[in-house]
Write a protein that binds this ligand. Structure first.
Ligand code: COI
Length: 358
C-alpha cells in the first residue's frame, strides 16, 4: 500500500515578515517542506515538516561526488485565488531522467505530484498575487551515504521546498558567446538538471559578468559554432519571421518552458523550428537586418529578452523590447495562463487539490 504523507505544521507562520511587493528572487522560503528518504532500496518516510536545516555528515557523498539533481517549477494563483500548478507531471518525469543519468533512484512520480499538491495547498498563502510573480517550487535529490569512494550512494534525500519570487531577470540581458569554456557535449550530463552543470557555469559567467554581461551563450559542435543554451535558460531567436531554437542534441536541457513555447507557437501558426543553429547564421541574420528578437526561456526566467549578444568583437544590439512581438506574446501567454486570463487549450494547468493528509 502506498505510504501517506505525514504532516507536522509550523507553530507560527513566518508569512507576516514577507514584503510581497518587494521579493528578492530565491531568498524567501515558505513555512513547510516535503522530505523523503531512500534507504534499504526504497523511498520512505514521506513527510511535510516545518522548513528548516538538515544536519549533514562530513562524508555525505553528494558533497564529494556530486550526485545532486533538481527541478524548478512555479505555482501561481488564478484571478479567483485558486492555486494552480503547471505541467507538474513533466517535472516529475524530468527529475527521473536526471536521476537515471546520475545513477540515482527514481522518485515515484505519483508521490512527486501528490507531495506538490499537499505542500502548495498548505502554503498557498505564500503564492504572490501579482501577475508575473509566483511561488517557485524547488524539488531536489541528493546522495547521503557517509562514504569515501566513487560509487553510487545507497541512500538519498528527496526534498521539495517553495518560496515566493518575482522576475529572475529584472531587465533585458546582455549575453556573451562563450568561445573557450564548454558546458556540455552530447553524451555528457548536459541534459540532466544536475547541480554540477550549474557549478561548471559559474566561472565563465563570472568572467563574462566582469566584462559587463549577464550570462554566456554556450556553444558546442566540433568547431564551437553551434548554439546550445544560456547559463540559466534555453534560447530562442526570431530570424526573418521564423522562431528558431537549438534542437536538443544530447547536450541541451529539455526545457519544459521551451517545450511549452514550441507548442504555443505551433498552435498560433507562427513558423517555428527546433534545429541545429550556428552562431554564423545568427551573425548573418544580424548583418542582413533579419535578427528580430532573441530571448531566453526557463521556469525562473519565463521570457528573458536579450538586449545584446557579443561574439568576439562583434556586438549585436537587438531591437528595443517594445518592438518585439513574439517574446512579448509568449510572456503574456504564460502569465495569462497562470492567472486564468488565457484559455488553457493544452490542459497544462492543474488546480491544486487538498489531498488526504495524516
Ligand atoms: C529554473 O529556470 O527554474 C532553473 O532551475 C534555473 C535556475 C537558473 C534558477
Amino acid at each position: 500500500m502506498k505510504q501517506k504523507i505525514q504532516v507536522t505544521k509550523v507553530q507560527q507562520s513566518r508569512i507576516a515578515e514577507v514584503d510581497f511587493d518587494n521579493i528578492p528572487f530565491g531568498r524567501v522560503f515558505s513555512d513547510h517542506m516535503f522530505v523523503a528518504d531512500y534507504r534499504d532500496g526504497e523511498w520512505q518516510d514521506y513527510r511535510i515538516v516545518p522548513f528548516g536545516d538538515f544536519t549533514m555528515h562530513p562524508a555525505s557523498m553528494a558533497l564529494h561526488y556530486g550526485q545532486a539533481i533538481f527541478e524548478g517549477m512555479k505555482a501561481s494563483k488564478s484571478n479567483d485565488g485558486d492555486p494552480w500548478l503547471m505541467r507538474p507531471e513533466m517535472h516529475a518525469a524530468r527529475i527521473n531522467r536526471s536521476a537515471e543519468r546520475m545513477m540515482m533512484p527514481a522518485f515515484p512520480e505519483d508521490v512527486f505530484v501528490e507531495a506538490l499538491h499537499a505542500l502548495i495547498d498548505l502554503d498557498a498563502a505564500w503564492i504572490p498575487p501579482q501577475e508575473g510573480s509566483a511561488l517557485y517550487v524547488r524539488p531536489y535529490m541528493f546522495a547521503t551515504d557517509e562514504f569515501i569512494g566513487v560509487k553510487p550512494s545507497e541512500s538519498y534525500k528527496f526534498v521539495i521546498f517553495t518560496g515566493p519570487v518575482g522576475p529572475y531577470y529584472a531587465k533585458p540581458v546582455r549575453l556573451k558567446v562563450e568561445q573557450h569554456f564548454v558546458r556540455a557535449v552530447p553524451g555528457g550530463t548536459g541534459e540532466a538538471k544536475a547541480a554540477g552543470n550549474y557549478a561548471g557555469s559559474l566561472l565563465p559567467a563570472h568572467l563574462a559578468q566582469k566584462e559587463g554581461y549577464d550570462q554566456v551563450v554556450w556553444m558546442g559542435g566540433p568547431d564551437m559554432k553551434e548554439i546550445q543554451e544560456v547559463g540559466t535558460m534555453n534560447i530562442f531567436f526570431v530570424i526573418d519571421g521564423t522562431v528558431v531554437t537549438p534542437a536538443t542534441d544530447g547536450a541541451i536541457l529539455h526545457g519544459i518552458t521551451r517545450d511549452s513555447f514550441l507548442k504555443i507557437l505551433a498552435e498560433k501558426g507562427i513558423p517555428v523550428e527546433a534545429r541545429r543553429l550556428t552562431i554564423d547564421e545568427v551573425v548573418a541574420a544580424y548583418k542582413a537586418g533579419k535578427l528580430e528578437e532573441a530571448f531566453g526561456a526557463g521556469t525562473a526566467a519565463v521570457v528573458s529578452h536579450v538586449a545584446e549578444i557579443a561574439y568576439g568583437d562583434l556586438h549585436m544590439e537587438l531591437p528595443p523590447v517594445e518592438d518585439r512581438k513574439i517574446g512579448i506574446m509568449l510572456k503574456d501567454y504564460i502569465d495569462g495562463l497562470r492567472s486564468g486570463r488565457v484559455e488553457d487549450t493544452h490542459n497544462w494547468i492543474v488546480p491544486v487539490k487538498s489531498p488526504a493528509l495524516v
